[in-house]
Write a protein that binds this ligand. Sequence first.
Ligand code: AP5
Length: 217
Amino acid sequence: MANEKIIVLLGPPGCGKGTQAKMMVKDVGVPQISTGDMLREQRSAGTDLGRKASEYMDKGELVPDELILDMVKDRIRKPDCKTGFILDGFPRTVRQAAALDKMLGGLGLALWRVIYFDVPDDEIVRRLTGRRSCKACGKIYHIIFNPPHSEGKCACGGELLQRPDDNEKVVKERLKVYIKDTAPVIDYYGGKGKFFKIEGGNMGIEQVYAKVKEIAA
Ligand code: AP5
């Protein structure tokens, strides 16, 4: 039986996957793998993958599985993933979930936990439209729920930016895509012993994290 801490964070856009993953990295001692962050890095670097992915991301649609799967396969083979990793934003379709099982099986690994954050739509819209991220270190803020000490500036001194897909119109499209393509992943994992749900809509970041820590231990 594998002892690696391979953890999937699942839930709608803006439910807090990235916020929780960044906190877990220190305590669990394994890296965060955010497919959204990886795609944004590709876009900033002006690669072919980044250009292709942008067409989908800007509209709130999913990037095709073919482009995602190779990227994840390469990433989880890196040496820092030897003791486990936190998947944030992947898998996002049942096909991706099945492909992940196959990838892990091929490496003699198994999932440790799937943590699903259940957050209602109106709260998602509030969270995403108020989100700001640091251009330099990636730290995530919220203008009301987790504000920076000085407006527009991260604790590290970096500039805080709003993601182009965090406007209300695109957020609503992302929620539609989530219901159609990603919600079935909940059923894919539900019922298997490693699946845990957190009702996170009315809980603050630290309250959610206390639960996450228990589950991931
Ligand atoms: P991605 O970057 O993965 O976006 P997402 O899943 O839509 O998730 P977010 O990053 O928006 O939210 P989050 O859950 O991390 O929330 P956060 O912690 O920031 O993907 C972007 C795009 O890339 C996709 O649309 C798609 O096109 C493409 N893509 C990525 N992966 C893909 C894949 N596998 N397949 C195909 N396409 C893919 O929190 C949000 C806000 O809420 C923050 O301001 C935070 O401070 C606040 N907050 C967090 N927790 C709480 C709380 N408990 N109470 C109050 N506020 C809170």
